[in-house]
Design a protein around this ligand. Structure first.
Ligand SMILES: Nc1ncnc2c1ncn2[C@@H]1O[C@H](COP(=O)(O)OP(=O)(O)OP(=O)(O)O)[C@@H](O)[C@H]1O
Ligand SMILES: [Mg+2]
Length: 309
């Protein structure tokens, strides 16, 4: 079954801005779907229509096989939403906030136990009674995810879940989202961060100026933007002949430029780890190893060149 079916969806705002231009795509049950596009490309507009916050100008949306133009109330309880900036009552404890939301969403039965479990799941154990004012942005995002999970949704819609977070906060939030997906919650994740997509989405659709391209697997997307070759830039504390020979012996290594140790390699899984491993084994001391172009660089270059069709 498809959890989302969008057909020729268009949104034109009052001043004539076409934010979404005849977008069509589907998201399967349990899938991790990423909508990837730059600022202003129309991602949030799509989310707002999926959540029935705003009506499409044209086109249709089915969630769980129901047309939401008429039957949104029938599927509402199966959907969780994590906005870019989750809003809470800052003066209340995190726990009280979740109780307020549980009431608001009409979460049935005794929900104290569920709330306690959600704090554990979100990695916020011990912070239940802290006021939300005192929460870091990362913790706030995780609390936002916990709130969205109150009604045990089958589909979680996330708008820029990692925006504004430091690398550790980003990793924690993405790990939590991935964990939910592993437990069969379908994800619809909108972001302009290609790394977030690479880390948790199986399928990605590119969005540019309101147009949504056909979804493809994240793996083929990354291969497309990266090409077959890659360069690793290594910073070695003690480069010597033994280390160089070891690197050359790694399957996938094409050539080496020695001035600043640039290693041309095939874009194959684990090449980074393989090179790293042989350097260390040959007695080299590696200060850093970066991929060039990085995934972000490749993505920005591709978005600058291509139109989305
Ligand atoms: N309520 C509105 N009224 C008029 N124009 C709007 C409205 N909301 C969004 N837009 C415009 O629609 C276009 C798409 O905006 P949207 O917020 O959907 O993009 P986005 O991809 O989510 O961007 P971001 O990455 O900044 O979150 C933009 O040109 C934006 O200015
Ligand atoms: Mg947005």
């Amino acid at each position: 079954m498809n959890v989302i079916e969008v057909l020729e969806l268009t949104k034109r705002y009052k001043k004539g801005v076409i934010a979404v231009d005849s977008a069509s795509f589907t998201v399967e049950q349990g899938a991790a779907f990423g909508l990837l596009g730059p600022i202003g490309s129309g991602k949030s507009s799509i989310i707002h229509m999926l959540l029935n916050f705003t009506k499409p100008t044209a086109g249709s949306i089915k969630l769980f096989d129901r047309d939401i133009a008429t039957d949104f109330h029938e599927v509402q309880s199966k959907i969780g939403y994590v906005p870019e900036r989750p809003g809470f009552y800052g003066n209340f404890s995190a726990e009280k906030n979740l109780r307020i939301f549980a009431n608001l969403y009409g979460v049935p039965g005794e929900y104290d136990e569920r709330i306690a479990k959600l704090f554990i799941l979100a990695g916020l154990e011990g912070k239940e009674t802290d006021r939300v004012h005192a929460y870091s942005l990362g913790d706030r995002k995780r609390l936002g995810i916990a709130a969205a999970m109150l009604n045990e949704p089958e589909l979680l819609i996330l708008d820029e879940p990692s925006a504004g977070l430091d690398p550790q906060g980003r990793r924690d939030v993405l790990a939590l989202i991935h964990e939910l997906n592993v437990h069969d919650v379908a994800l619809f994740l909108a972001t302009n961060n290609v790394k977030s997509i690479a880390e948790i989405c199986e399928v990605v659709a590119l969005m540019k100026s309101g147009r949504v391209a056909s979804p493809i697997t994240t793996k083929s997307f990354i291969d497309n933007i990266r090409g077959t070759g890659l360069q690793l830039e290594a910073d070695l504390a003690n480069m010597n002949e033994r280390v160089l020979q070891a690197i050359k012996s790694v399957k996938g290594v094409r050539s080496i430029q020695c001035e600043r140790l640039k290693i041309n390699v095939d874009n194959i899984p684990n090449i980074n780890e393989d090179v790293n491993y042989v350097i260390t084994r040959a007695g080299g001391r590696l200060r850093s190893l970066r991929e060039s172009p990085s995934l972000e660089e490749a993505y920005v270059r591709m978005m600058g060149e291509e139109s989305v069709e």
